[in-house]
Design a protein. Structure first.
Length: 615
């Protein structure tokens, strides 16, 4: 009765008009008036006489989100390519404020993470760092090279940085953490080419040449060597920028900005530097001549450096030994330095991934998350807590990789009021988990600055037999457990789960006209519910689900008394007449393949609160 069907059309005058009879269900209550009596039967039986009809939510949700203990919906807003994230964020906040009057009573809108605010704070900090770095370089140049030379090289540095910004605009490279960080890294190298040219001009004029002759000579002598040195410096960063993995995606602008800025520094050194040197040094009085008193290398620093070189050259073997020892000491010293290619962010947020035994109901997972949330809510410095059961949150930033959808998986995202409180709270939380929740497999993590997702250490095992793969995985995990610095040891196939197997009696079922598909549909309707139609509420389509009353489907033992319809007998018969008992077996709920081959990945992470890494 509720199906959408075509009733045809008719010509009326010059028009061709579609025919659409009424009769669709206008409310859920009207479903109860559906007549289910067979033709020829005595009396009328309506659907509401044999079934309770109500409108509700899906009994087993796919995702449950709570914010500060209350049920919530997670809405994400992504930004178009090339827009100013900060400005769009401000416009979004203004629009939310304008729509405040339409907000239903009892509904609150809260932020879990605001990328515009974090970007504004981060970029502002990097801009300040860039300005400080430029200022430090110029001050050092003024101190060691004199007022005019320092100002000249500082001017060339500023022109190079401004020129880099122009090229970044042309290439659609935004001002963000990586691009600004590349400029900070390059600052020390951006002045090298200009220093060589300026120093060559000064030395040439001191030897009696004109400024034009000195500039011509030094540029002619050094332009190609300087270009080679610049190319080598750029090439050192090429593997990062040309990488095709997530590292290249995240850090690609690092290489691009370094390439632009360093090549510009070479170009300005051989073009603008001689031009400005002629202007800056025009009124400078320089003693000229070839005498010893006018030797530019006769200063205190040059003399001391010359004596040091002569000392090293006269004792060549001693110098080599000292250098080798120094190299060895440096290599050893670096073993004591915390290692982390991408450090954690200073955003005061940490997350906890929770894996309960595979097969756990999502509602039980949510209950466990609520217990952990209650403990966190009692701690100091906690701003807000978001929990999600079944899958991760919306991908709120590039480096956040949500976990796949599992009923046994949950995630807790906690924001504190200051970054200094983050590590102590994480340490207390970890101790609480170890002491009270041994059944939970968990992973503590912070927001990362580099590519996220996966584990820091992964071992892939490929084969055809799942049992053998699990056996090898257990051996690999034992090796990882032996290392005290390894945490979050797990594999992506998770635990095996139980399966209830009614043993179908095919020969007996044929006598009753019952097929295996009939048994499957009957059990599905009896417990989880089976979709038998669609109810249309405007543009919303809702499934119509048939199932047994709750008190009859919450206990598996009720299966022994269930009856199934027999077409051959035209009556209900006990389900036991077409089954030969019930067995329980274990199965692999998750099987991962790579290139069509079964692959099991064993994963581990370093301790985020340990001393081994900088993470």
């Amino acid at each position: 009765q509720n199906i959408v069907s075509d009733a045809g059309a008719i010509r009326i005058g010059d028009e061709y008009i579609r025919i659409q009879p009424t009769g669709e269900f206008q409310s859920v209550d009207e479903l109860g008036d559906l007549l289910i009596t067979e033709s020829g039967a005595q009396g009328l039986i309506f659907l509401k006489d044999v079934a309770e009809i109500k409108r509700g939510y899906v009994e087993v949700p796919s995702n449950i989100i709570n914010f500060n203990g209350s049920l919530a919906l997670n809405v994400g807003v992504s930004f178009a390519q090339g827009v100013n994230v900060v400005e769009v964020g401000k416009a979004f906040d203004r629009r939310l404020a304008e729509l405040k009057y339409q907000q239903p009573v009892g509904v609150e809108i809260s932020e879990i993470y605001s990328q515009p605010k974090e970007v504004d704070k981060s970029v502002s900090g990097f801009v300040i760092s860039l300005a400080q770095a430029v200022g430090i370089v110029i001050i050092v140049l003024l101190f060691f090279m004199g007022l005019r030379s320092g100002l000249l090289i500082g001017l060339i540095l500023l022109l190079t940085v401004l020129g880099t910004f122009i090229f970044m605009k042309y290439l659609a490279i935004d001002l963000q953490r990586i691009s600004l960080g590349a400029l900070v890294i390059a600052l020390g190298m951006l002045v090298d080419n200009a220093i060589v040219v300026v120093e060559g001009i000064l030395i040439g004029t001191q030897k009696g040449r004109t400024r034009l002759q000195a500039a011509t000579d030094i540029v002619t002598q050094t332009k190609w060597p300087l270009l080679g040195a610049t190319v080598i410096a750029v090439t050192a960063f090429a593997p990062i920028g040309l990488s095709e993995d997530s590292t290249g995606e995240y850090c690609g602008t690092l290489f691009t900005v370094l390439l632009i800025s360093l090549m510009l520094s070479w170009f300005t050194a051989i073009s603008l530097t001689p031009f400005f040197a002629d202007i800056f040094f025009k009124g400078q009085k320089i003693k000229q001549g070839e005498g010893e008193e006018n030797d530019p290398y006769n200063g205190i620093i040059f003399v001391a450096y010359k004596k040091f070189l002569e000392f090293c050259m006269r004792r060549a073997w001693l110098t080599v030994v000292v250098l080798i020892v120094g190299l060895g000491a440096s290599v050893y010293g670096f073993t004591l330095v915390k290692q982390s290619f991408f450090p954690s962010s200073t955003t005061p947020i940490f997350q906890l991934d929770v894996w309960l035994p595979e097969g756990t109901d999502i509602r039980a997972t949510n209950d466990k998350l609520k217990e952990l949330e209650s403990w966190l809510a009692e701690q100091e410095h906690v701003d807000h807590i978001t929990t999600t059961a079944g899958k991760g949150l919306q991908r709120f930033m590039l480096t956040y990789a949500p976990e796949k959808s599992y009923a046994a998986y949950g995630e807790i995202t906690t924001r504190v009021d200051n970054y200094e409180a983050l590590a102590p709270l994480m340490a207390r939380f970890r101790d609480h988990l170890k002491a009270n929740y041994p059944e939970i497999n968990y992973k503590l993590k912070q927001i990362e600055l580099g590519p996220g997702g996966g584990a820091k250490i992964e071992a892939r095992i490929i084969g055809s037999d799942p049992t053998v793969l699990r056996t090898i995985a257990a051996q690999v995990m034992d090796i990882m457990y032996a290392d005290p610095s390894a945490t979050n040891i797990r594999h992506d196939w998770r635990e095996r789960t139980q399966v209830l197997e009614p043993q179908f009696n095919e020969s007996q079922a044929r006598r009753y006209g019952i097929t295996k598909s009939d048994v499957d549909d009957f059990l599905s309707m009896s417990f989880s519910g089976m979709t038998i139609g669609l109810y249309r509420d405007g543009t919303t389509l809702m499934p119509i689900v048939a199932r047994l009353p709750e008190d009859e489907r919450i206990d598996i033992r009720n299966i022994e008394g269930m009856k199934i319809w027999s077409p051959a007998q035209s009556e209900f018969i006990p389900l036991q007449q077409v089954t030969m008992g019930y067995d329980m077996r274990w199965e692999d709920p998750i099987i991962v393949r790579k290139n069509r081959k079964r692959m099991l990945t064993v994963m581990a992470d370093p301790d985020i609160l340990g001393e081994e890494t900088a993470s």
